[in-house]
Design a protein around this ligand. Structure first.
Ligand SMILES: [Zn+2]
Length: 282
């Protein structure tokens, strides 16, 4: 019950958001890559001789502002939209941008957007993949790497190989508790394993674009991993001791994690995700 109430509350918060007040800003990250922020998931942008490619496109009402901000970065035309996963705060602009560019996403992400319709609609990916796919664009290989179930079952991490930039989608929330979409194929242990796997692979000078939160490096990814390991350990021990979800939420987390709360993901909601994700299935 608690979970249902919280989920519907957060959906309504999105519906009520006043997008007229949102400003879209861009920052150069490295090489060809820029970060664009407004409301919703962070947008990665590649600009260069071949034109423009974006990673995710936030909410539909922001498409005009995003388009204006892209025009400021480059006069080139938009060729590709890469979706890191299916959620509406990352794909809401697809209906607009899909009329001018080809959308690429993991097969499960398209399935969750469309119910697997073969029909072509501007908001749906036209190219899907299972394990990985490369787009050779603006002088570099841009790799889309599918990861085992983490935030959803259709996540990919995007590696701009020459610019040395990674866009993590929602498999990385920098400095804040993440959402893990258990109903959308997400997996708490898979989520943590995935972060650990990338920690072992990413060079220290790489720039990391999280799905939500500020531009980061391996340092912030490591802090995120520490938070995931420690808070999931607390909940795992509480489950083993036979505690209920209400007891776990009542006990809360150590004060050091208080600053990781955001309005859409307070400690109680993070504990709810961990509890439901870690509790053995009956
Ligand atoms: Zn998401």
């Amino acid at each position: 019950m608690v979970a249902v109430a919280m989920v519907s509350l957060s959906l309504r918060a999105v519906a009520w958001q006043d997008f007229s007040q949102v400003e879209v800003h861009s920052t150069h990250v490295a090489g060809n890559v820029h970060l664009m922020t407004g409301a919703g998931g962070n947008i990665g942008v590649s600009v260069g001789a071949d034109g423009v490619l974006i990673v995710d496109d936030q909410f539909a009402p922001l498409a005009g502002k995003i388009e204006a901000a892209l025009k400021k970065l480059s006069p080139g035309s938009l060729k590709f939209v890469l979706n890191t996963h299916h959620h509406g705060d990352h794909t809401g602009g697809n209906a607009h941008f899909g009329q001018q560019a080809s959308i690429i996403a993991h097969a499960n992400a398209r399935r969750r957007m469309s119910g697997n319709t073969p029909a072509s609609k501007p908001e749906l990916p036209v190219i899907t993949f299972e394990d990985s796919l490369s787009v050779w664009f603006n002088g570099e290989e841009i790799r889309l790497i599918h990861v085992p179930p983490a935030h959803t079952d259709g996540d990919c991490v995007i590696h701009f190989t020459r610019s040395n930039v990674y866009h993590f989608g929602d498999t990385f929330f920098s400095g804040r508790f993440p959402n893990i979409d258990l109903g959308g194929g997400g997996d708490v242990r898979g989520y943590i394993r995935n972060v650990a796997g990338f920690l072992g692979k990413i060079p220290p000078d790489a720039r990391l674009i999280p799905g939500h939160g500020p531009l980061s490096t391996v340092k912030e990814l490591r802090e995120f991993h520490e938070m995931l390991v420690e808070t999931s350990g607390i909940v795992e021990r509480a489950i083993a001791a036979g505690k209920s979800l209400e007891e776990v939420i009542g006990e809360g987390l150590p004060a050091k994690w208080k600053s990781w709360e955001v309005p859409s993901l307070p400690t109680a909601r993070w504990l709810d995700i961990l509890y439901r994700g870690l509790k053995p299935k009956q």
